[in-house]
Write a protein that binds this ligand. Structure first.
Ligand code: BDR
Length: 317
């Protein structure tokens, strides 16, 4: 069994990623740690529980993490994910926050990793605040991880939030800097451009969401807003997205589960710009090795789309 911890800011694509992980036969999710991001933390917590309820997996522990970035001003992505982070289609029977674990997410993350040294793959699909705080509290945390998978950053200075900045890295650039600097475990990054280039064709999305299951009906409801947005010509132009739906977070999760999913990648040292007028939050790829960093991250380039589609189909069965 692969042991996973998910650090999420449950919006629509986090929900897709969580469901994909839950459907994988050889995966044990030790816990889900929540962070501010797509929507305020309280919504993230509610959304995460809602997803687990649809999948009948409320037994998985959910932890409350950081509600704001280290230094930056708080920002969310309500335009795309909905004000509540999950498409603004509330469920009156959604589980309540009394189901949350009492332990704080950062402490829980440290405890779970220490209890399973060398075995845990951490998948981070939110701003990296929880991970940055965790490594400050426990500097040996990265060496106890098996691997870290991140959805965030960019590889060609294309942004989706600022001209050169991807949402998760802009929402807490200082945290992203700390994580790329201190997590020296094997690190795999699904950047914004990578996810755009490997987007899901619309011809796949229809049948995927039209499956006659409770999970598919839930997914169809919560993705309606973001899919409508993603289909709009204006969005395609603005974001230079691919010609389909971009389930950003799910790529990082799927790659963590199946190491044959990524068919092309490269290894390079990375960091984050913290001061640029136009480039604050941009991921920097040090091809010239100017930074003299020993640790190199694996930057994902291409995905086996057919395999990815199969995993997504299974996640809604
Ligand atoms: C990232 O930002 C969020 O809106 C998505 O959930 C994803 O994690 C894409 O830039």
């Amino acid at each position: 069994m692969k042991k996973l911890i998910l650090d999420v800011d449950t919006g629509v694509d986090d929900a897709q990623a969580i469901m994909l992980a839950l459907a994988a036969p050889d995966v044990e999710i030790l816990g889900i740690t929540c962070c501010h991001g797509n929507t305020p933390l309280e919504n993230v917590l509610k959304n995460t529980l809602r997803v687990l309820k649809v999948c009948n997996r409320l037994d998985i522990p959910v932890y409350k993490g950081c509600s704001k970035p280290l230094l930056a001003r708080k920002q969310h992505a309500g335009d795309y994910h909905g004000k509540d982070g999950l498409g603004d289609v509330p469920d009156p029977d959604a589980p309540g926050l009394e189901l949350l674990q009492k332990r704080n997410a950062v402490k829980a993350l440290i405890k779970m990793v220490k209890a399973n040294p060398g075995e845990v793959t951490l998948v981070a699909t939110a701003p990296l605040t929880n991970l940055a705080v965790a490594v400050q509290l426990e500097p040996s945390l990265p060496e106890k991880l098996k691997a870290l998978y991140i959805m965030g950053g960019n590889m060609e200075s294309r942004g989706n939030t600022t001209a050169c900045g991807e949402f998760n890295f802009v929402a807490d650039s200082e945290a992203a800097y700390i994580v790329l600097d201190r997590y020296t475990c094997p690190t795999y990054i699904a950047t914004w451009e990578f996810t755009c280039r490997n987007s899901l064709p619309w011809s796949f999305c229809g049948p995927w969401l039209d499956m006659k299951t409770e999970k598919a009906a839930f997914m169809k409801k919560i993705t309606h807003l973001s899919m409508t947005k993603a289909r709009s010509a204006e969005y395609q132009k603005e974001i230079t997205a691919g010609k389909g739906f971009n389930s950003c977070d799910t790529y990082a999760l799927a790659a963590a589960i199946d190491d044959t999913l990524i068919t092309e990648s490269e290894k390079v040292a990375v960091t984050v710009e913290l001061e640029g007028t136009y480039t604050q939050g941009m991921m920097v790829l040090d091809y010239m090795e100017q930074l003299k960093k020993k640790h190199k991250a694996v930057i994902m380039k291409k995905v086996d789309l057919e395999k990815f589609k199969k995993m997504l189909m299974n996640s809604l069965k």
